[in-house]
Every structure is written in C-alpha cells, then in structure tokens.
Write a protein that binds this ligand. Structure first.
Ligand code: SAH
Length: 207
C-alpha cells in the first residue's frame, strides 16, 4: 500500500518542471516517508505537501526535497552538511544519493534530533550523523563539505556554513523573508561566491 502510494507520488513529481533527475526520483521512491512523519499523519505521508512534526516545525514537501537534491547535484561519496534535521526525512533522501556515512546534520531542538536519530536507525540510515545544536555554527569537526544546505530560512547564509564548504562546493538555502528565495551559492577557488536565485519558497525560520 505504502509502496504503491510512494510510486504514485514519484510519477506525479516526474511530471513537474525541474524534476527530471532520475537518481533523485529513485531516492524519493526508496525512502519510506511514512516512517518519518508522526503516526497520526501517516495517511498523508505520500501527499506532496509539508506536514507538522512537532515543536512548531514541518517536514518539507517531497517536491521541495527533490528540487533541493537536484540543485545540489549530489554524487556518491560527497560529504554533505544539513542544517535542520527535523524528522530526518530529507537527510535520508540525501543519504540515498551520497551514502549515509557522508551525511552530517544539525538540529536545533533536542527532541527532534532524538526522534530523527531513532527514525533514521529504524529505516536503515543509522550511519547518518545527527547533532543537536545551533546550525549557524555548522559542524566544524567534519569539514570541509562538498555540499551544504539549510532546511530553514535564514536572513543571510551563515558564515560558518560557507567557510566549512570546500572551494568549488555548493551551498543551498532559503534566504530572506516574504518571499524567501531559494539561493544556490558556489564557493569559487579564490573564496568569492557566485550566487543564483531559484525561485520563491516557504520554509520555517532559522532559530
Ligand atoms: N529537513 C527536515 C525539515 C525540517 S524543518 C525534514 O526532512 O523533516 C527545519 C528544521 O530546522 C526544524 O526542525 C528546525 O528545528 C530546524 N532549525 C531551525 N533553526 C535551526 C538552527 N539554528 N540550527 C539547526 N536547526 C535549526
């Protein structure tokens, strides 16, 4: 039942603009989103919309996770920093693309970090590393990262996250407010930043 619902979701995503990366669609088709949402929301796990996950936070809609994974051009073995673990779903999709042991995720709320770890373990992504703390500081212990992304909206890119991304690496984040913009930044070899905006989005704010 859930397999069919997930396959149908992937078909709906495939027909949308910007969602033509088969590796990303396969990852969405593999990760059991229903295992990450609260029990009382499971019947809506394969609807393409955000859902509440507690602490006033939400799991992103599947199309947004897919767009972000596509824009980040994630390759097996890329080391990835995620700011905003939430329930762990997006981290699991990233893990499908790069390998779970290469994913490092920081979550502000202890309770969400605990639940995410538990869900990631139950679904076979136990090698994803989750730390409770302030993502504005990044996670220096495992830097440099090939890719970094925020799943919460910041006024500006946190300096530490950019600094912990290697030259040539990409950082993707919702920035600003009303409307927020999804911004992709490439760090050039000389340290300067090349910025591209990828449309209006709606994320919970960075704490
Ligand atoms: N990727 C998540 C979506 C999470 S919503 C998923 O798949 O479920 C954004 C998350 O960012 C929330 O869990 C919120 O608590 C977290 N967050 C907000 N500010 C943060 C900060 N300063 N550091 C780390 N996480 C933060």
């Amino acid at each position: 039942m859930t397999d069919q619902a997930r396959a149908a979701l992937v078909e709906r995503l495939r027909s949308q603009d910007r969602l033509d990366d088969e590796r990303v669609l396969d990852a969405i088709g593999t990760v059991p989103r229903h295992e990450f949402v609260p029990d009382e929301r499971r019947n809506r796990a394969y609807v393409d919309s955000p859902l509440p996950i507690g602490e006033g936070q939400t799991i992103s809609a599947p199309h947004m996770v897919a767009i972000m994974a596509t824009l980040l051009d994630l390759r097996p073995g890329d080391r990835v920093l995620e700011i905003g673990t939430g329930c762990g779903y997006h981290a699991a999709v990233t893990a499908e693309l790069v390998g779970a042991e290469h994913v490092y995720s920081v979550e502000y709320h202890d309770s969400l970090a605990d639940t995410a770890r538990e869900r990631l373990t139950a679904t076979g992504y136990e090698d994803v590393s989750v730390r409770a703390g302030d993502g504005k500081q990044g996670w220096p212990d495992h830097a440099p990262y090939d890719r970094a992304y925020l799943t919460c909206a910041a006024p500006e890119l946190p300096r530490a996250v950019v600094d912990q991304t290697r030259p040539g690496g990409l950082v993707l984040a919702p920035l600003g407010d009303e409307p927020q913009r999804l911004v992709r930044v490439r760090r050039r070899a000389d340290g300067s930043l090349e910025r591209e905006a990828h449309g209006a989005v709606r994320f919970v704010p960075l704490q």
